[in-house]
Design a protein around this ligand. Structure first.
Ligand code: SAH
Length: 236
């Protein structure tokens, strides 16, 4: 009886440790990708605060149980309904490009697994995340709630129109590839705000694009790096 009670926490600790060391290796791969891609990003490392969150958020809790052994590989993984959770390096890069701050309010289009929202949750004040596929949105909402990401609000809708009730946002992250930058999202970005969005059609290479609105409201765009995202769907 006594040894059984003692054994359980040991097994649990080993389980937690197994993921912690895999997560650490993943963080090292992200750092290596950042060094390799310095010519695109103009920056040889992802900021410390983003790296710290990447090394902490339990990615395995946001993917289907049968995929968990691969949770910390630095690559995208299927999450059902033809959708994917993004490659960890891309999550780190996009998060870093937003220059998140503790007082920020962020909008995400494409909740998917909820992982990107969980990463942002640790860096900003509030995250609003929209998903168009009902079942994915519900699963992500539950995972975020169950694991204490209480500053994330989710909604099932077409994200093309943004979330006007909570606008304006300090930053906006779009995690599905679209042919153009949706005007409603530009409108819902604060002056001085930043959006990161993969732009390109299904038949073209998408470009991860940084959209900046200056303090006078003037918008500029900059292509960062070629990427492959699942398509932005909906009625636009
Ligand atoms: N950020 C996600 C990645 C999800 S993949 C993660 O961390 O797991 C992109 C997601 O965008 C998919 O779940 C897809 O259903 C969703 N999506 C595509 N078009 C959309 C739209 N118009 N509005 C909201 N979500 C959309």
């Amino acid at each position: 009886m006594c040894s059984c009670l003692l054994a359980l926490p040991v097994v649990f600790a080993q389980e937690v440790d197994k993921y912690a060391s895999q997560r650490q290796l993943m963080a090292e791969e992200i750092a290596a990708d950042a060094r390799r891609l310095v010519s695109y990003i103009d920056k040889e490392s992802v900021s410390d605060s983003v790296m710290q969150v990447m090394a902490t958020v339990p990615r395995h809790l946001f993917i289907p149980p049968e995929m968990r052994a691969k949770a910390y590989e630095n690559r995208p993984l299927p999450i059902g309904f033809g959708q994917t959770i993004s490659q960890p390096y891309i999550v780190a890069l996009m998060t870093d490009l937003l220059e998140p701050r503790p007082d920020h309010k962020v909008l995400e289009i494409g909740t998917g697994s909820g992982y990107q929202a969980a990463v942002l949750s640790g860096l900003v004040k509030e995250v609003y995340s929209i998903e168009i596929i009902d079942q994915l949105g519900q699963t992500a909402k539950r995972a975020l709630k169950d694991h204490g990401y209480n500053n994330v609000s989710t909604r099932i809708a077409d994200g093309y129109d943004g979330w006007p009730e909570h606008a304006p946002f300090d930053s906006i992250i779009v995690t599905a590839g679209i042919s153009h930058i949706p005007p409603p999202l530009v409108k819902q970005l604060k002056n001085g705000g930043t959006m990161v969005i993969p732009v390109g059609t299904r038949f073209q290479t998408q470009q991860l694009t940084l959209v900046q609105k200056d303090h006078a409201g003037t918008v500029t765009t900059k292509q960062i790096i070629p990427v492959i995202f699942v398509p932005f769907t909906g009625g636009h």
